[in-house]
Design a protein around this ligand. Structure first.
Ligand SMILES: [Zn+2]
Length: 129
């Protein structure tokens, strides 16, 4: 999955002089650390704007808007989702079943139940895929 995100604020705060600006110089996209949602790998693409600083005394002309803490927040969220994928967390079968299919969001618990059914039917679990 690919998630596009952007900062909602209409203006940016200059890190040098603290002044606010709404004059957008350019936009670009930043790739953030991948996270995992319900066992599906998710890539975050964040749109970051570069603003002009209107303060003539400011030593910098343009600045990129600040997104401090965002990557740290997601890094913190990644830890529990990683733990859920580790063997033993959800019965061990959750990560193998749905990861390669792609595109279909599936709850880890549902995937685990499916894997359990597959094992019970002695290899005749093709209907689970
Ligand atoms: Zn400035």
């Amino acid at each position: 999955m690919l998630v596009w995100a952007r900062v909602e604020a209409e203006d940016g705060v200059c890190p040098s002089c603290g002044g606010r600006s709404r004059r957008v110089h350019s936009r670009y996209h930043r790739g953030l650390a991948d996270v995992s949602v319900a066992g599906q790998p998710v890539t975050l693409r964040l749109q970051v704007r570069r603003f002009f600083c209107d303060d003539l005394d400011c030593p910098i002309r343009t600045f990129a808007e600040q997104v401090d803490g965002l990557t740290a927040k997601h890094a913190r969220r990644t830890s529990p989702s990683r733990a859920a994928l580790e063997p033993g967390g959800q019965g061990g079968g959750a990560s193998g079943g749905s990861a390669g299919d792609g595109g279909r969001p599936e709850h880890p618990a549902a995937a685990g139940a499916c894997a359990a059914r597959t094992r019970g039917r002695d290899g005749r679990g093709a209907r689970c895929r």
